[in-house]
Design a protein around this ligand. Structure first.
Ligand code: UDP
Length: 383
């Protein structure tokens, strides 16, 4: 029997979209072995012409060095008319390349995990007369622009009440099943002692995990030094883990540094669940993927910054749900972490995090998509 083909559309703007796409791909393989052929495509890089295809590569540098430009782009896309006009222009320039994705992958169903992949693809499907069901998995927690929602999506999966409300404003009745994270997060996680032993960390003491998304963005170095200085000066029984993601320069510079307390500096890691299981708190920019993973690991979250636009709402999501704090100054962050060491706040935040975490999101989404393909459930739509 030939396998049904599923195409997952994403783009490497940050690490979260690819992580969610891979989570869904792995969940299809785990739940329905041999039944589906699931391919992940960076539509923007692979199926748009130059110079539009350079955008994903420019995303990191723009966020890092020209935040004003990102704010401007976000303003355009946040406005319904601006969004529609900008995407129409992109579509005019790209439609010939875009439609090649259908010839190359011949999907039976398309899933998008990226905010810029709804309208372009719907227009292309319309123009090609291709009746391929299209589902959206919203991988933002609290801030959404119009691009996420297209009323003709057969399903829209979301990870928060706020996302469900935003979907409903666009005529979609969303399914709140959580943000898909890698299947490793849905398995029982090792306890702290086991995880630390596996990773070669000291067994006892407070362990602070610091990261800046998949790209190692933001003032990670300044925060690392401030936290280490403070905990070291106070003689706290503590260690620091810094995960630099794909930021090689950051990794090299931190690995050359002297630390006043035990510190481990890593590049990109494939076992984030183990690092989180080994830690007592995570210091991170407000990336939705990292937040969702930390909640599953019951890890209090100290947000050190956010990308204006798509990550702004994540700060209130974390603070209002009582699972962490926000501070954007390295010394302020160090003071908060120091207060957390040995205090009662951590246990309370961990309990609340546990209630918010959705370790089975990827499986639940995949099950619902398969039921939809099998015709077991009707298409929900607000009229
Ligand atoms: N990540 C990872 N290894 C690393 C650094 C990050 O697997 O070394 C993953 C992290 O676990 C999360 C994703 O990259 O799943 C980051 O997504 P998030 O939405 O937090 O931020 P983004 O990178 O998209 O801005």
């Amino acid at each position: 029997m030939s396998r049904s083909r599923i195409l997952i559309l994403m783009s490497d703007t940050g690490g979260g979209h690819r992580a969610s796409a891979q989570a869904l791909q792995a969940a299809f393989a785990a739940r329905y072995p041999g039944r589906f052929e699931v391919e992940i495509v960076d539509l923007w890089t692979d199926y748009t012409p130059w110079p539009i295809n350079r955008f994903p590569r420019l995303y990191g540098p723009i966020i890092g060095r020209a935040l004003w430009l990102w704010r401007l782009l976000w303003l355009v896309f946040e406005n319904e008319r601006g969004h529609s006009a900008a995407l129409r222009l992109v579509y005019l320039l790209c439609r010939n390349r875009l439609r090649k994705v259908l010839q190359a992958h011949r999907p039976h169903l398309i899933i998008s995990v990226h905010p810029l992949m709804q309208h372009l693809v719907m227009w292309m499907l319309e123009q090609e007369g291709a009746a391929i069901p299209f589902a959206t998995v919203v991988t933002d927690l609290a801030s959404f622009h119009h691009g996420w929602f297209h009323a003709r999506a057969v399903r829209c999966f979301v990870a928060s009440e706020a996302a469900a409300e935003a979907a409903s404003r666009h005529g979609l009745r969303a399914r709140l099943l959580g943000l898909p994270v890698r299947p490793a997060f849905s398995q029982p996680l090792p306890d702290k002692v086991t995880a630390r032993a596996r990773l070669g960390l000291a067994e006892g003491g407070f362990t602070a995990l610091l990261l800046g998304g998949g790209e190692g963005m933001g003032p990670v170095a300044a925060i690392a030094h401030a936290v280490a200085r403070r905990l070291g000066a106070e003689g706290k029984d503590a260690q620091l883990v810094v995960i630099c993601g794909r930021n090689e320069r950051l990794r090299q510079s931190l690995q050359r540094s002297d630390w006043p307390l035990p510190a481990r500096v890593c590049g990109f890691v494939d076992n984030m669940e183990e690092w989180m299981a080994a830690s007592d708190c995570v210091i991170t920019k407000a990336g939705p993927g990292t937040i969702a993973e930390a909640l599953i690991c019951r890890l209090p979250i100290l947000l050190s910054g956010f990308i204006p636009g798509q990550e702004s709402g994540n700060v209130s999501y974390v603070v209002e749900n009582g699972v962490g704090a926000y501070c954007d100054s390295p010394d302020g962050i160090a003071a908060i972490v120091s207060g957390w060491v040995g205090g009662n706040d951590l246990a309370q935040m961990a309990t609340r995090a546990r209630k918010l975490g959705r370790p089975r999101a990827a499986y639940d989404i995949v099950d619902e998509i398969v039921a939809l393909m099998d015709g077991e459930i009707a298409e929900p739509r607000d009229s």
